[in-house]
Structures are given as C-alpha cells and as structure tokens.
Design a protein around this ligand. Sequence first.
Ligand code: ADP
Ligand code: MG
Length: 621
Amino acid sequence: MTAPTAQTYEFRAEIQQLLHILIHALYTDREIFLRELISNASDALNRLRFEQLTNAEVIDPDVELAIRLSFDPDARTLTVTDTGIGMNRDEIVENLGTIAHSGAMAFMKALQERGSQSPTEIIGQFGVGFYSVFMVAEKVEVLSRSFRPNDQAVLWTSSGGTDYTIAPAERAERGTQITIYFKEEAAELLNERTLKRIVTTHSNYVAFPIYLGENIVNAQTALWRRTPREVEAKEYQDFYQQLTFDANPPTLTIHQVADAPVQFYSLLFVPAKLDRGMLAGEGQGKLRLYARKVLIQDHAKELLPEWMRFVEGVIDSEDLPLNISRETVQSNRLMQRLKQTITNRVLSELEALSEKTPERFHTFWSEFGRLLKEGTITDSSNRDRLLPLLRFRTLHHFDQPISLRQYIAEMVADQEHIYYLFGDDPQAILRSPHLDVFRARKVDVLLLTDTMDSFLVNAIGIFEEKKLHNGADADLKLPESAEDDAQSAETLPTEAQESLIERFKRVLGERVQDVRTTDLLRENAVRLVAPDQGFGADMERVYRILDKDFKLPTRILEINPRHALIRNLSAMPNDPLADQVMEQLFEGALLMEGIHPRPVDMLPRLLAIMEAATRRSADSE
Ligand code: ADP
Ligand code: MG
C-alpha cells in the first residue's frame, strides 16, 4: 500500500525507548489507548472549529464534526476517523515522529521515579498519548488530510519499532483516519460491547458525537457545562444514576459554574446513603476531573478534603493543563483554589440543608455524621464551619440529636459549660450515677458513645465561649436549683461518715485512690471519679480499646451519705456482709464506667450476698 515515494525515518531515540516500554509490557488498562486517540480527535475537531471561525478556506466546510469508530474482528482492525483539522506531511512528521514538545523524556523520567506503576495512568499527561496505541497495535496507519485546500493527503505507517514511513496518499475528505492492526492478544477488545464500554467509561462527555457503526455511543453533552437553571431535575437524576449506579436520589445536587478565581464547572452530589467501606476510607476519590472535557483523573482525591469523601461528581476546568499529574495537584495553585472553592460550596449547601430542612439534615447526619466528626478532628481549616453542623444525642434530646447551638440556647440559668458523658451505648449512659445531679438540676448532657468522640471533644474544646466539660468530673460545679431539694434529705452524721469512709478504704485498699462523700449523687449510692479529668480521662477509653493490657489509673470512690444503702452499711459495723457489699458497690461502679476488667467475676460475690440476705429473711420468719 506504500506509495513508491515512501520514505522511512528513524524515531527519535527517546521515542524508540518509549515504544519499547509500551510494546513489551502487558497492561490491564491498555484500553485507554482509545481515550487518547479520541482525545486527539476531539482536539483536532476543536481546532478545526476555530479555523472555521477565523479562516474562510476550509475544505468540506459542511461535513459533520464527528468521530467514527469501525472495526473488523477478522482483519483485527479498528479505525478511528475524525473530520478535524488533519495534518499535512510536515505536520505529521513533526507531531508523530519528532515530538516537538519532548514529552517522551519527561514521561520516561516520571515512569522511572514511579517504579512499577503502570504507564497508562500518566501517558496522556506528557504529550505522548498517541503512542499508547502501540500497547494494542502491531501496526498503525495514520491517513490524514489537512483542512487547507492545497495540502496533499499523507500516510504515516509504523510497526512501533525504530522507524516509521511517510508516503503521499489519496484521501478526498478532510481529517484523519487511524487504522490500528491489533496484536493477537489484544484482539479481544474488538467487539461492539467492549468498545462501547470503553468509550462511555473514558470519553462519554467528549463534546463531539462518537459513532460506533450507525450509533452515537457517547452522551456528548456535558451536563455540568450547561446553565444550572436550564437543567431539569430529571436530567440531574439520570446523570447521577449513570455516574454512581445508585438508585436512591441524591440528598444534594450541587451544580456550580464559576469564572473567577478559577474557571470551572462542577456537578457534585451528596448521596442519600453511606456506602459501606466509606468510613474505613475506602472508595475515596469519587470525583472525576476533566480538563477541557477530557477525563484526566477518574478518582481525583485531592480536590476535596478527605472527610468529604461522600461527595461524588464531576469537576471540569478550562484552566487546567491536560497534563496535570498527581504530584502537581498538590503543588498547583490553581488546583488549591479550585479545592477551596468547591469545599466551601459543599459546606454552604450542608449549612443550608441544616437550616432550611432540619429533618433532611438529620437523615444526612445519621448516614454521614461520623465523617463530619472526622473532619472536625482532622481538618482544622474547616473546623469552625463544621462545629455548628455537629449533632449530639443528649439527656433531654435522646431521640433527635441537637446542635451545640441548641444546647447552649437551652442551658439553665448560670450554666457555664457544655457537659458530656461517655459510655458504651446511650442506654448504658442513662444509668450512669454521674447523671443524678444533672437530672436533679435539669442540666442537659451530651451522651457520647463513639470511640472518636474522645478525640472530638478535644478537637472542639470551646464552642461559642462555652467550654466542653466532662460530667464525670470530680469537682463539678453545677448551677444550683431550687427544685433540687435533695440536699435537705437526711444524711449520716459526720462521725458515722468518717468511720464508713475508713472502712471502705480498708476493704478496697490500693484499688482506690481515695474515698470521700459527695452531694452530687441522688439515685445512686456510689460513683467513681477520675482525679484528673480532661483529655487524659477522655482518652482512657481509647487506650483501653487499643490496648487490652492497659492499666487504668486508680479512681476516687465517692459515696452518697443520704442513700439508704450507705446508711444501712453504716449501721452494721461488725457485719462481714458489709465488706462484701462494699466490694460489690465498687465493682458495680467500675462496670458503670465501662472499665471493669472482668464483670463476670462479680457473680460469685453477688450470690454470696444474696444468700446472706435470704438467710436473714428466712431466720426472721
Ligand atoms: P498531545 O495530544 O498531548 O499533544 P499526542 O501524542 O496524543 O500528544 O499527540 C501528538 C500530536 O499529534 C497532537 O498534538 C496533534 O498535533 C497530533 N495529532 C494526533 N492525532 C491527531 C488527529 N486525529 N488529528 C490531528 N492531529 C493529531
Ligand atoms: Mg493526545
């Protein structure tokens, strides 16, 4: 097929190396060669459109701007044809043989630095995307005719070795036709279903129609590039489903078109449901990043803070270079601005959701609340905006969580702090002796059960001038309340209190740091408080979960001198049963704090106490 005037040229040395790498490796994602060829075709069509606008002399001015794919499994060929700008002989030599932009060197350098990483991830970024065709091809023919009326058609042929051939050719139509002769092991790609999938996966939103046979296979219109108020809800919905395969309508659809400081289009979604594994950090990077409608990253991770990994969608910017690589995402100022703008917008939408439709926000919170907590802990730059979005189950709002603002609005007179208590589950905290005084004085308490809540209260610290305070604190100073008349109830005389304290100390020995009376208990006889509250105490739960052998610092046992049980104990100075009851009270308090090493050990003693109680009762009958 080569014309008599064909000439053979050597590829430049670095291209030979590049081809060598591509030909001699088997890559699972070799299918991206088609994305590269389509992206080139799309570029060529865009440039043709520009010429048409600025230059009167274009051949075939009325031909459709399109990309066509056709294949022949028997001949093992695929052709990619476009009606774009085309190339003349000089251009084809320059573009496909010389690489004026010397991207091959940079590409191979990057490849070396990345070690074993697949070249397909970065090949499109160095101006060498065309050569990726040699991952599947044993021979490639590029037949091209420039848009300029006087240029002759040209045929470029190469088997990907060290050289290529150029010959004059015949072609009536404007544009480029690339015929790929597939290697045997790549021929499996040559079927309608696979080719269609490759196009819709990688090139669905190319702005020109891509025909596979008679049918257009790409969506073509980039929904996100349209004016938001002109897009119908149904269109967003369909797009969301195509993108995510999620049948539930999204909670939020965020369509943003901006010109400054960075030009971009974005169409983001907050799904209705938490994707399992998302908490564990999987499925991260559900953003597709397009630069000029060409997909350059389909798991862009750096355009949103990590905790926002529930957001899915598309970001497209004219300002980004197509060769943006992972490294430059972090160092690229444009990308940073983009990230900031998009992050702010998602935050604003969440704020609006929480203010305008609290019910819907609660649903969102129950799915994604943990990620917002994670953000509060890890993302200091957005912490101030996250704090009002946090929701907490409280003593007074057990079923419908509330915000810190609402907590503050409902504080009782003279209340200075925001109180919280930890527990293994909400029902268990309700039994906590620490709640006695809060109930009596009608002070609300945040009920915290997540492991990460320990970090959370520490990250919050102070909210709107109110300090977060552990309700199990030994030196709690709560506002007095007229309704709380417990203080007037009958108590033990001081002397009796002192001898009882001595006995507790004797029985418990090293296991407690101190024993003392308290007036903060009501329903409960005893409680344990940590001598040093604050972060250390908050973190004990975490340490204990992480380390089974973690030894807890000893606590202070506080006793309630108005409680019937305590008063009874005081009245049995010589009865060994009192010692056992004291042990049991102490271990019950450990259990209550969630720090009993082995609760089952309490059973034998409990049986002994029950036996003693029943014996007495039986004796007296
Ligand atoms: P890049 O697209 O990043 O420039 P490629 O290796 O993909 O790098 O392509 C090299 C060059 O070859 C392109 O810049 C373009 O000038 C030319 N080219 C490739 N395909 C076509 C095409 N279908 N029509 C016109 N020119 C093309
Ligand atoms: Mg390209």
